[in-house]
Design a protein around this ligand. Structure first.
Ligand code: PLP
Ligand code: ZN
Length: 432
């Protein structure tokens, strides 16, 4: 009998050594990251446009190319977020064929991390872990806590002490143990590696990392499917650990290998905040290695100074003919506002980075206006409202009388009722 389960195993990215399936993230010989590899031939007949269309409207429609242990019955409707044609933003930045992949509304915790956690926890259960956790810059904490709660797993989550209040609350509400560590993400991550070994816990982005990372491929599958089984010319993607951007490319390559889309070399563009830009720095210098940085940016979800997949991400961006850019904190806040004002999408600081970098890539001429470009928005603005603190005036309260409203609106925003600029000036400061 033909098994209906896809064959996959962990292999070293550098030396190709095989590790079967186990909670392990790095090669014992060369310390390079392990990655899940599939026997693509074994899924050829089962991963088609038709079988996918017949699946549920969530990431599990692609389960044949996800590392799902035998017997796992996926039921949480994660992913399948909107791909939005962004004409208004396009007009502002000089782009005629611009799309936004909007993971600001991913289920259940409003970031693309819901995808990776869903796949990681499926494996955590299969490996027999009863306590799971993660080292997180925020979104991963939210998602791990929420999905662990639903699966009945205990969760212990470690974060840098300076994390945004909303992300802390958004973890604790699910009943997870949240531990603030007096250090940056890289300190937290190193500690988690030791904890995982000491207590035999399943850390989604440490010992379960190869499985976790595969969840990111679903962003790529969805983009291709939502474009009508076509690949875009360009992807603009934020980078923290450097995993997401690589996995979107892996997804595209698998779709090409299985004949679901026409072969095409998509160019990948990485986005970082200048205050933590080890990968864009490497790309700009033509390096295939990373010089670690000490993060100093409000884009905390991207603030990984020594990214695990950084070298591979830098290398692959250069291979595709893409580029990487980084923007200041001031620019990323403008990016948040620009996306909100043009498309009605409120993204967090990471999305501000991605939007501002996309704008710069067009103005530099690295992306030309007629190309089809997808900008990956990965998180929700309600989690990082502190980034906009002080941007908008708190208006005085107006008496509930038409005359009072009329006087007020003429003073602050005459254009709203068609009053000309000079009339506004008279009302605001001139003689009455
Ligand atoms: C984690 C994260 C990223 C980057 O993911 P990597 O795969 O680590 O590069 C991007 N955006 C947001 C909002 C994130 O939380
Ligand atoms: Zn190796």
């Amino acid at each position: 009998m033909v098994s209906s389960c896809t064959k996959y195993e962990l292999r070293c990215n550098e030396c190709g050594k095989s590790y079967g399936n186990q909670p392990l993230s790095a090669c014992a010989d060369c310390l390079a990251p392990l990655e899940v590899q599939y026997d693509l031939e074994s899924v050829r007949g089962r991963f088609t446009r038709e079988t996918i269309a017949a699946g549920p409207a969530n990431i599990w429609r692609y389960k044949e190319l996800l590392p799902i242990p035998e017997g796992f019955l996926p039921d949480l409707p994660v992913g399948f977020t909107p791909l939005v044609r962004a004409k208004n933003l396009g007009k502002r930045i000089g782009a005629d064929n611009l799309y936004v992949k909007n993971d600001a509304v991913c289920f259940p915790t409003l970031s693309f991390k819901d995808r990776v956690v869903a796949v990681a926890l499926a494996n955590a259960q299969a490996f027999g872990f009863t306590t799971v956790g993660c080292s997180s810059t925020g979104n991963l904490a939210n998602s791990t806590a929420a999905q662990a709660a639903r699966l009945g797993l205990k969760a212990c989550i470690l974060v840098p002490a300076d994390l945004e209040a909303a992300k802390i609350l958004n973890t604790q509400v699910y009943g997870a143990r949240l531990v603030r560590i007096d250090g940056n993400y890289d300190h937290v991550n190193r500690l988690c590696t030791q904890i995982a070994d000491e207590y035999n816990w399943g850390f989604v982005n440490v010992n379960l990392r190869p499985y976790y990372a595969e969840g990111s491929k679903t962003v790529g599958y969805e983009i291709a499917e939502q474009l009508g089984w076509r690949l875009p010319d360009n992807i603009v993607c934020p980078m923290a650990g450097g995993s997401l951007i690589r996995k979107i490319r892996k997804a595209f390559k698998e779709l090409i290998a299985l004949g679901l889309v026409e072969p095409k070399e998509v160019r990948f563009f990485g986005a970082q905040a200048t205050g933590c830009s080890p990968i864009s720095h490497a790309v700009k210098n033509g390096w295939d290695y990373i010089e670690p940085q000490r993060p100093n940016t409000i884009a905390r979800s991207l603030a990984i100074g020594n990214p695990a997949d950084g070298p591979a991400a830098a290398k692959m961006i250069q291979e595709t003919g893409g580029w990487a850019e980084d923007v200041s904190d001031v620019e990323l806040v403008s990016g948040i506002q620009e996306l909100a004002e043009t498309e009605g999408i409120f993204t967090e600081t990471a999305g501000g980075v991605t939007t501002a970098v996309a704008a710069r890539l067009y103005s530099q001429g690295r992306i030309s206006r007629d190309e089809t470009t997808v900008v990956c928005i990965t998180g929700n603005g309600l989690k990082t409202t502190d980034a906009l603190e002080g941007r908008f005036a708190t208006e005085r309260a107006v008496k509930p009388k038409l005359a009072a409203f009329d006087e007020y609106i003429r003073a602050v925003d005459g254009k709203l009722i068609g009053v000309k600029e000079d009339a506004e000036l008279v009302l605001a400061g001139g003689p009455r």
